[in-house]
Each structure stands twice: as structure tokens, then as C-alpha cells.
Ligand binder design. Sequence first.
Ligand SMILES: CC(C)(COP(=O)(O)OP(=O)(O)OC[C@H]1O[C@@H](n2cnc3c(N)ncnc32)[C@H](O)[C@@H]1OP(=O)(O)O)[C@@H](O)C(=O)NCCC(=O)NCCS
Length: 141
Amino acid sequence: MEIQYHHNLSAEDYNRLRHSAGWVDLTLEQAKEGLKNSAYVIAASCKGEVIGMARCLSDGGYVRFIADVVVLPEYQGCGIGRHLVENILQEIRKTKKDDEYISINLMAAKGKEAFYEKFGFAVRPSDQSGAGLTLNLEQIK
Ligand SMILES: CC(C)(COP(=O)(O)OP(=O)(O)OC[C@H]1O[C@@H](n2cnc3c(N)ncnc32)[C@H](O)[C@@H]1OP(=O)(O)O)[C@@H](O)C(=O)NCCC(=O)NCCS
């Protein structure tokens, strides 16, 4: 299976990949803006079809956030997810200056924590850190 890694991800493919994971559907406008404002986007294609993606958000200072790591179900378990995350970590390392402190964060989907632990991410809460928190605006309408 030959996989190409590249940075050309359309909003339509982005939404299709999100949909495959059962995540909330975004409007096309949201998807476009999200991609445009990402610090870094990496996609995987096989035979011309986009089959995986991951992206990184940045405040330009010390905070990085990895989001939307997804591989189509039929391509999972072949090392593509690992390649996508490693590529983002490599890019962050490449752009980091020697004296800079960088914090890389993400919110794991349920049951996917162990996938990220393989890269060195630590699950929260821990002895040192509190839990990560999230707010869905729909729930407080
Ligand atoms: C999570 C996901 C991106 C992993 O992608 P993948 O291409 O299947 O993963 P890989 O084949 O690259 O696996 C890399 C390693 O992680 C391990 N791994 C993969 N999924 C795992 C899981 N759910 N729990 C624990 N380990 C996992 C693999 O066994 C492999 O280990 P190894 O390198 O020691 O052999 C993919 O399952 C997916 O897209 N899921 C649906 C969307 C989702 O939940 N994304 C995570 C959002 S936070």
C-alpha cells in the first residue's frame, strides 16, 4: 500500500474524515477557516483518495494543540496515524528555538489515550497535573 503524505487538504475531505470518526459535523465555512488558521496540516492519501489527517494549532508563543487526528477505518492499524503525529512533532521540533519552552496539548478521544502515550504524552489528571476540561457551548444554551 503506497501512502503519500502532503499538505493539501480540502474542507470537504476534512469534513469527510471527521464524519468517518463519528465526530460532530462542521459547516463548510468552519472547516475552511479551521484549516486556513491551522499552523500545520498533514494529510495522507492512497490512490488519489485522502485517507487520513492531523493538524496543529499554535498561539505562536509556547502553546501547541494537536487536533483532528483521524485515519479512515479501513486504513487503520498500518502505521499511518503514527506517521501523522510524528510528522507534526517533527515540525514542532524543527521550528522550536533552542531556548524555548513548548507545551503540546491534545484531547484524546475515549479509548485513544494509549495511542498518544506511545509518543510520550502523559494522561491527565496525574500526580503533577489536574484534569483537562472542555466546554460544549450547546450544552449551556
Ligand atoms: C487513533 C487513530 C488515529 C490511530 O491511527 P492508526 O493509523 O490506526 O494507528 P497506527 O497504525 O499508526 O498505530 C500506531 C501505534 O499506536 C497503536 N494504537 C493505535 N490505536 C490505538 C489505540 N486505540 N489504543 C492503543 N494503541 C493504539 C498501534 O498498535 C501502534 O502501536 P505500535 O507502533 O507499537 O505497533 C485511528 O484509530 C483513528 O483515526 N481513529 C478514529 C479517530 C480517532 O479517534 N482519533 C483520535 C482522536 S483524539
